[in-house]
Design a protein around this ligand. Sequence first.
Ligand code: BG6
Ligand code: MG
Length: 223
Amino acid sequence: MTKFSEIKGFAFDLDGVITDTAKFHTQAWHALADQVNVTWTPELQESLKGIDRMGSLEMILKAGNKQDDYTHDEKVALASWKNNHYVELISGLTPDDILPGMADFIKELNDKGYRASVASASKNAPFILDKLGLTDSFVGIVDPATLHAGKPDPEIFVRAAEILNLLPEQVIGLEDSAAGIASINGAGEVSLGIGDTTVLAAANLNFASTAEVTLANIAAKLD
Ligand code: BG6
Ligand code: MG
């Protein structure tokens, strides 16, 4: 595998990695599932992580075998209902909502000259980064509206390395979802999974929580 000395940049997922907005996505999708009478399960919840808005809606409807019960326009309206609910939930975010250790880690990267970009499926990412006071910490954000395919397709992490002006093998991608780890691996970057090691078994490096993510701990695991 890549040596730590070859790493020059980091591509960050946002929801569940930089801030705990994964719980707000869950809350809003659960409310939507109740509305369309689809049973919410822990498996469905986990499988939605990292998946874009319309893709998530399709997965929920499919779980209840209701994918053919709505027209395209009705599906767009359901997705927009969920997003309005979600945007209300995240409207009060502040820098205090950055996950443990992540503000220090991002500062450490900036101070030491590593480049960082954001590879989030969320169209709300610029708004959230602004609320967290982190916009200037990143070279750029991949615009998910310009992608041909979302996670687990590698495209978003390939684009995140291009934004950094680095080769994929010089980049570590950070993720809390199985779909995201598959995307990083497919892009040829080093994958760093944060959370349940069973769910994130395909990651090159595993950390139980964001609090443990430091350059020293990454170097120790990589070399
Ligand atoms: C991902 C989340 O980061 O963004 C998913 O893990 C979410 O849960 C997706 O569905 C799309 O987000 P948004 O904000 O564009 O609806
Ligand atoms: Mg995530």
